[in-house]
Design a protein around this ligand. Structure first.
Ligand code: SAM
Length: 289
């Protein structure tokens, strides 16, 4: 099968099956061989690897993954794409196509079955409408992960990779930092997709930490503190934490915790590093006991 990364070949397949793009599924198919090669190279795929691909579309990247990996599982929600994938992937015996919503798949069980529970690689050109739930779902369900190499909206990639003080810094940056090292490996313009998206895209590689880089007593509580700190960006941290109905913290406790850390009561969440949020969370947890 000729590569689908060449626009003419993608058009032929789409016409053969009279395929109609569904906007609700975030369908923008890759039509650039250089970008496809860059993704495979950045993910460092070898013949030892089991790779989970989220949203294979017509199988453009899946073909590259099958060529380079030991075993591939491709999870696609759109029923209409399944007969197409059976056709475009017919040359490969190392791929399993699953017709499911990725948010409903038990990925830890998949890793157990296909990779003896060892860390897996995730590679995808993600549907942009659910980028954050997919990434956070992978991290929070504690699936054994080696790396996640994905195409996302450029703005989301910037948020994942940013540091304290930058305008893009927020709850997503901190969550990603807690679980992985983030690196943008390519910026990708709209003309590399069919149909063209309205936004710029980027490939980001998240290399998962083997051990958490920071120690925190209650990980879940720390993420609640982080979310509350960024819910009202313009408020000071003391007011943001003290006035968040979902967090059992008073304004006075927030003030006292910041004082213990030697931080001004007027400081905003966007100034705190992950280590500082861990410390703040530990102090606030101790006050609740
Ligand atoms: N990998 C293909 C490519 O690069 O050409 C397609 C990428 S396209 C941006 C996203 C794909 O994810 C589409 O095929 C879409 O149908 C699929 N998708 C959307 N939501 C999904 C979900 N919840 N679970 C699994 N696949 C989904």
């Amino acid at each position: 099968m000729a590569t689908l990364g060449i626009p003419q070949n993608t058009i032929e397949i789409l016409q053969k099956y009279n395929f109609r793009f569904q906007k609700k599924f975030g369908q923008n198919f890759l039509i650039d061989t250089h970008v496809l090669e860059k993704i495979i190279e950045s993910a460092g795929i070898t013949k030892d690897d089991f790779v989970l691909e989220i949203g294979p579309g017509i199988g453009t990247m899946t073909q590259y993954l099958c060529e380079n990996a030991r075993q591939v599982m491709a999870v696609e929600i759109d029923d209409n794409l399944i007969p197409i994938l059976q056709d475009t992937l017919s040359a490969y015996d190392n791929v399993t196509v699953v017709n499911q919503d990725i948010l409903k798949l038990d990925i830890a069980k998949t890793a157990q079955e296909y990779n003896d529970g060892k860390p897996i690689k995730v590679v995808a050109n993600l549907p942009y409408y659910i980028t954050t739930p997919i990434i956070m779902g992978l991290f929070e369900s504690h699936v054994p992960l080696e790396s996640i190499t994905v195409m996302v909206q450029k703005e989301v990639a910037d948020r994942m990779q940013s540091d304290p003080g930058s305008k893009d810094y927020g709850a997503l940056s901190l969550a990603v930092q807690y679980y992985a090292k983030a690196e943008i490996v390519a910026n990708v313009p709209p003309n590399c997709f069919m149909p063209r998206p309205n936004v710029g895209s980027a490939v980001i590689r998240l290399t998962c930490h083997k051990q958490n880089p920071i120690q925190v007593q209650d990980e879940k509580f720390m993420f609640r503190v982080i979310r509350a700190s960024f819910n009202q960006r313009r408020k000071t941290l003391q007011n943001g934490l003290g006035n968040d109905a979902s967090l059992p913290v008073t304004k006075e406790q927030a003030k006292e915790a910041l004082e213990q850390m030697g931080l001004a009561p007027t400081i905003r969440g966007e100034r705190l590093s992950l280590e500082e949020f861990a410390r703040l969370s530990d102090i606030l947890s101790a006050m609740r006991k």
